[in-house]
Unconditional design. Structure first.
Length: 425
């Protein structure tokens, strides 16, 4: 038996499908975000990162770094144990209070990542409900799909953001059966937003529980960074709000918030919460500092929103196939895995611009794309450089432009019209 052969074949398969993943070796430079040092073939080069989920640059905020350093200096590097066995540090307790307050819920529970929070919470909640039917949006994140799968509960998938389809499934299940609707607020690959109010209306009408993933929205939307549910005044009508500390909050960890009973049950029954070491106190302290800052400060959200809008306008005006997006995420369609990888390689190697290609299975085949995430630190000059680099790359590789085609003028110094219709998608 040649065991190694099976692993080699599995990898060959990915190469053949042009979706073998290559990681960029990066060193982020605190104080110079989004600049980073990229190491490749023995060389080190300073580049611009255009695909980070550190959406507001909070990972380099001086107060956040100071809180991290101070807590590490006082309490050491690790948590020293699981939550149950010596790992519940005071900064972690404070973080959970902060998160419950952020979403105006009775309680919160922190996990070691957003992935773990979804997998552990959805599986535990659906398992504790008798004969639960899980209704899951078809574009839900892998972590939610894993949670549903592990629950062992029956599941029905509703078409993406399709409330009529969801209603027909709720109706068929009837009011008496336990039902859990799991969905996201911001879908991160397309940048669209769920019809949360309509979903909540349906949940109330058909007596279902609701679980929303606000991972891409916390810190970003709502007057205190409480997400789309805060912005739309719907947080109190959602049963469980889940989020991450690793994207806009710039640190690490995931969490759920909800009633004391739900949180206590997950705390008490979820293996993914119980049998793993707690988040280190330094990370908890840094996360709390970041959340508190974004509760008070609009400056980061305003600047981010401005730069995202400008990026969309500038790229669309150059005829690039910017996909329709209701949020801060700027997807640019390539539509082919090989070209998408080549475009990414060229942007990095020739232009010093890093945008990871997004291929199947993260997005459907034929919709391979570059997913661009502008932050407050992506200046107008960086946006102009991005436009020039993308146009050069599109031309060099013969990637199709949007339906409107490429306008005759493509230099970044020309006047940008205020409202440019988005093309392609
Ligand atoms: C990134 C992501 C997660 C996982 O969060 P991590 O903290 O990175 O583990 C969960 N849900 C969605 C929708 C995500 O995009």
């Amino acid at each position: 038996m040649n065991y190694q052969r099976f692993f080699e074949e599995a990898i060959d398969q990915l190469h053949a499908e042009r979706r073998y993943r290559v990681f960029a070796d990066l060193e982020r430079i605190a104080g110079k975000f989004p600049r980073a040092i990229w190491r490749s073939n023995g060389r080190a080069e300073e580049i611009t990162v255009w695909c980070s989920n550190d959406y507001l640059g909070m990972g380099q905020h001086p107060d956040v770094i100071a809180a991290f350093q101070k807590a590490a200096g006082k309490m050491g590097s690790g948590a020293g144990g699981t939550r149950n066995i010596s790992g519940t540090s005071n900064p972690l307790v404070a973080l959970e209070l902060e998160l419950a307050d952020l979403h105006d819920k009775e309680a919160a529970l922190v996990f070691t990542s957003g992935f773990v929070s979804n997998e552990a919470s959805i599986s535990t909640i659906a398992k504790l409900l008798p004969n639960c039917l899980v209704l899951s949006d078809e574009l839900n994140h892998a972590s939610m799909i894993e949670g549903v799968r592990r629950s062992g509960a029956e599941k029905k998938i509703f078409r993406h953001n399709d409330v009529a389809h969801l209603e027909s499934l709720l109706q068929a299940a009837g009011r008496e059966r336990a039902k859990l609707i799991v969905f996201e607020s911001v879908y991160s690959m397309d940048g669209d937003i769920a019809p949360i109010k309509q979903i909540v209306d349906l949940a109330e009408r058909y007596n279902a529980m609701t679980y929303i993933d606000e991972v891409h929205a916390v810190g970003m939307y709502g007057p205190r960074g409480g997400g789309i549910t805060e912005r739309e005044g719907l947080a109190d009508r959602i049963d469980i709000i889940e989020g991450t500390l690793a994207k806009a909050f710039g640190t690490l960890g995931g969490y759920i918030t909800g009633t004391s009973a739900v949180i206590d049950a997950v705390r008490s029954y979820a293996p993914g919460f119980i049998f793993t070491t707690a988040l280190p106190p330094a990370i908890a302290a840094a996360a709390t500092t970041s959340i508190r800052h974004l509760k008070r400060s609009q400056a980061e959200r305003d600047a981010q929103s401005r730069q995202a809008t400008r990026t969309k306008q500038v790229l669309a005006a150059a005829g690039l196939p910017v996909m329709e997006s209701a949020t801060h995420i700027v997807p640019v369609l390539v539509g082919d895995p090989e070209l998408c990888k080549m475009a990414s390689d060229r942007l990095l190697g020739v232009h010093g611009i890093y945008i990871q290609p997004i291929n199947y299975p993260t997005v459907p085949r034929g919709t391979e794309r570059l997913r661009i995430t502008p932050t407050p630190f992506h200046s107008d000059a960086l946006i102009a450089a991005l436009q020039d680099a993308l146009v050069e790359t599109w031309d060099a590789l013969g990637i199709p432009y949007g339906s409107a085609g490429r306008p005759s003028v493509t230099k970044s110094d020309r006047i940008i019209p205020l409202l440019v219709p988005k093309s392609g998608g």
